[in-house]
Design a protein around this ligand. Sequence first.
Ligand code: NAI
Length: 273
Amino acid sequence: MPENLLKGKKGIITGALDENSIAWQAALKAKEQGAKFVLTNAPIAMRMGAIKELADHCDTIIIPADATSVEDIEKLYDEAKEYLGGNFDFLLHSIGMSPNVRKGKPYGDLNYEWVQKSYDVSAISFHKMLQVAEKKDILNEWASVVGLSYIAAQRAFPFYSDMSEAKAILESIARNYGLRYGKLKKVRVNTISQSPTKTTAGSGIGGFNDFYDFADIASPLGNASAASCAEYIVTLFSDFTRMVTMQNLFHDGGYSSSGITQELIDVFMENNK
Ligand code: NAI
């Protein structure tokens, strides 16, 4: 196992809700690899309490912030800078929520106020985190900013509803802010397109369990877990990936490049005997 990949690095990890969260696993891995960071989540998520355990384990603090609020992000950066004693080397955006998905609205009957909310929480908040970072000049040279995406940004998945467009916006922000921030200060910005993962956000999607099983047999390596995603995130925060920016990186056991697998054919044939 590599050691101390993030030694001396400081940052912010959003989105750890419980131990299933991708961000929770990322925090454990970042801590193990020597990083110092602050945890943050929406004030409502903090009331659920589990994140306190993670903060204790990681020997850090939690600063509540609604990622749709520029004022909250400004306060988060100011307080985190004071606590960490300097500017940041990494930011993890691990935030997603669609009221339409949550409330089971079909794609042909979307509530447009909720659509705005989905985009604001799941995508525009990424731009806000980057823009506030730029205005405050709070990122060090070669800092790495990572957001979490899903393949429904490129291909149609009936159950993913308005989150598909949210992820397409998120990935576009990574490209456009990556271009800007790379020129400005050598900051890199990428998204990781992750396998279906059994988390609160993931499991809230209709038919998730069936699709999870489908993706597992459609991927030569099987679905990537939250823990392995955390390892990938750490490599992107490390100095070993310095020239990677403006990318959407598939971390999905090969799903995005698979046409069909023998296992899928076998299941289909078995069911049609
Ligand atoms: P999760 O439910 O553990 O994490 C989502 C987080 O977003 C929660 O901690 C929640 O409190 C936070 N959040 C929601 N609204 C917020 C707001 N206004 N301000 C600040 N934080 C807010 O689920 P998971 O799966 O770990 O989600 C993390 C990211 O990974 C999301 O972007 C999600 O779309 C993405 N992703 C998840 C996949 C899955 O199958 N679980 C697959 C591909 C991507």
